[in-house]
Design a protein around this ligand. Structure first.
Ligand code: NAD
Length: 427
């Protein structure tokens, strides 16, 4: 019988990366060991197995997760991911990231994340609806408007958030039904969503990129960018950057990659993806390999797909000045080391993609107060929040001679450290 330990799968490796990042920044801010220990694991790990009636009359079992990492700053908050590779450790890593993101942005939320192991593209609308509703039912009281508030992530969107909200509301008593609307954020506008939420993650990323360019004394007009992932974060980043004069000369998603030195029409491409589910078939003349995409010269690289996309190889290939992380943890530590050595700046995920949870918080506040803010108000608040966080991270990195990632995590830990110092550990 073999006694060898099987190698950790990719999601376990992902979790270890985030735990190591916690340890690095814990040393920088001299975080008490017991707080580091608390933050290195989630508080709650929920796994549910549930049946779904398929269109052919059969029943299929699905596995869903909800990880509640930490709620010392407020209710658990984080997305739901519908993807065939969704795993427990992946959700744990992503939930940890959420705790640090909310702490960095000074949002009164903790960190959570979850998802269902499934391929939403292979499901009919009816199957997706029954799966989403049955998953919500299986989670039961593990989510709630004052306790744990999901949002969209990879493979989920406003439509699914509305189904979750509706299912949750229908399980509540009549008198308190309307108070349950804010059990999820990222809803459509018509049923309680916020203006600006759909593009908020991308908008926040562009605020960071604009601040970076201002600090470098460069104009965005005439610059070029590569965007990996053309879903919510990728497509909106591309469209907002294009409006600022940046040419999107490379795009990629799960179906492949394309390069066009003239720049793509970002809106037309977004329409194509909405209709066909991917960039495939948009233009036969511009197809490229993943390696050609990564090695193409441009000013900015926006990873907006999945984690662990920039390892040693990709970091060596990239010919850009800046990586602005739209995705969560797209850059692996070895990759980041090479990027920084090569003088390529990295705006880390916990900062760069925090616009999404920031406007989710605004949505939750609006629902709670029965208010509806106009787009101008949301955008003004988001811009102020992002620019303030960006400046704090840059200043901390400068003062402590560390990377922006170390700085962002350290600032988040300082916030958590203060709260644990005052609240202490029960009893
Ligand atoms: P989405 O489902 O709308 O889009 C995901 C994109 O990634 C799609 O274009 C898909 O084709 C592409 N993709 C999937 N697998 C790929 C692969 N192997 N190679 C290349 N591309 C691949 O999801 P989204 O909401 O845009 O999320 C993208 C990333 O941004 C995720 O890491 C997510 O956690 C992060 N994020 C999202 C939000 C948000 O508000 N939606 C907020 C913060 C962070």
């Amino acid at each position: 019988m073999s006694t060898s330990v099987p190698p950790p799968d990719e999601s376990t490796h992902f979790l270890h990366m985030i735990q190591n990042q916690l340890d690095r920044s814990a040393r920088i801010v001299e975080l008490p060991e017991h707080v580091r220990g608390i933050l290195s694991q989630p508080k709650n790990e929920i796994i549910v197995n549930f049946p779904v009636l398929m269109d052919d009359g059969s029943h299929r079992m699905f596995k869903g997760y909800r990880i509640q990492h930490n709620n010392v700053l407020g209710p658990y908050k984080g997305g739901l991911r519908f993807h065939p590779d969704t795993r427990l450790d992946e959700c744990k890593a992503l939930a940890m990231i959420m705790t640090f993101k909310c702490a960095l942005l000074d949002i009164p939320f903790g960190g959570g994340k979850g998802g269902v192991k499934c391929d939403p593209r292979s499901l009919s609308e009816g199957e997706l609806s029954r799966l989403t509703r049955r998953f919500t039912h299986a989670l039961g009281a593990n989510i709630g408007p004052e306790y744990d508030i999901p949002a969209p992530d990879v493979g989920t969107n406003a439509k699914l958030m509305v189904w979750i909200m509706d299912t949750y509301m229908n399980t509540a008593g009549y008198t308190e039904r309307n108070a349950q609307q804010r059990v999820v954020t990222g809803k459509s506008l018509e049923v309680g969503g916020s203006q600006g939420r759909e593009k908020a993650t991308a908008q926040g990323l562009v605020h960071c990129l604009t601040e970076w360019a201002r600090d470098k004394g460069i104009s965005l007009e005439g610059r070029t960018a590569l965007v990996q992932g053309y879903g919510n974060v990728g497509s909106h980043s591309a469209m907002i950057l294009a409006r600022l004069g940046v040419s999107i000369i490379g795009v990629g998603d799960h179906s492949g990659y394309m390069l066009n030195p003239e720049g793509f029409n970002t809106h037309r491409l977004a329409d194509h993806v909405r209709k066909h589910g991917s960039i495939e078939g948009y233009s036969k003349n511009h197809t490229a390999t993943r390696e050609e995409f990564f090695s193409h010269k441009a000013d900015f690289f926006i990873p907006a797909a999945l984690q662990n996309q920039i390892g040693e190889k990709e970091a060596t290939l990239l010919q850009v000045q800046l990586v602005a992380e739209g995705a969560n943890n797209p850059t692996m530590p070895d990759g980041e080391h090479i990027l920084l050595q090569r003088g390529i700046d990295v705006i880390p995920d916990v900062l760069a993609n925090a616009g999404g949870v920031t406007v989710s918080y605004y949505e939750w506040v609006q629902n709670g107060r029965n208010e509806s803010w106009d787009l101008e108000e949301v955008e003004m608040r988001l811009e102020r929040a992002m620019k303030r966080a960006y400046q704090r991270v840059v200043d901390f990195a400068h003062d402590n001679r560390c990377s922006m990632r170390d700085a962002a995590y350290s600032l988040a830990l300082l916030r958590l450290k203060q709260v644990y110092a005052q609240r202490r550990i029960f009893p």
